[in-house]
Design a protein around this ligand. Structure first.
Ligand SMILES: [Zn+2]
Ligand SMILES: [Zn+2]
Length: 163
């Protein structure tokens, strides 16, 4: 038995999960259904066998985007969390919901029929050299001081007592 554990969860902290083995097939999917489900240009996903996926707090809300696919999200804050072919014994999670997304670098892209024509230009957009802290320090400080986002690690109690 390995004690591998990679954790993640939604923005509000109502749903937390753990992967009990190194996730594989890290990829982005540009398909129109993933764009819509994530409200984004693509879905970043990585998978594990179902038996190695554990919801450790709350429960996934589920939407069947087709008869084949079930997408999990947080009912309270809307964070997209999972993707699964219903007849499969695997489940994928959204890489951005992992506590350490930096550790899971995509190696493939799918759904290229819907890839937005300007996708490749994004890294060259002006503004690359700035951060919220340099652009709007007061706002960045106000956000930090009133942050309701769950931290990037498991917590015994959430939200914090008295909050
Ligand atoms: Zn949530
Ligand atoms: Zn897709």
């Amino acid at each position: 038995m390995s004690d591998f554990r990679m954790t993640g969860g939604c923005q509000c902290g109502a749903v937390r999960y753990a992967l009990l083995t190194q996730p594989d097939n890290p990829h982005i999917c540009h398909c129109r259904m993933c764009q819509k489900a994530f409200g984004s240009f693509f879905a970043p996903l990585t998978g594990v066998p179902l038996s190695k996926f554990e919801v450790t707090r709350g429960a996934l809300a589920l939407f069947r985007s087709s008869d084949l696919v079930e997408r999990g999200f947080c009912r309270d804050c809307g964070t997209p969390l999972s993707f699964r072919f219903i007849d499969s014994d695997r489940i994928s999670v959204s890489i951005g919901s992992l506590d350490e997304p930096e550790k899971v670098e995509p190696t493939h892209q799918f759904g290229n029929e819907a890839r937005l024509s300007w996708f490749a230009k994004l890294p060259n957009l002006p503004g690359n050299e700035t951060t919220t802290e340099t652009d709007a320090p007061k706002r960045a400080a106000d956000i930090a001081a009133s942050n309701h986002q769950h931290p990037d690690h498991d917590t015994a109690v959430w939200p914090p007592k008295g909050a």
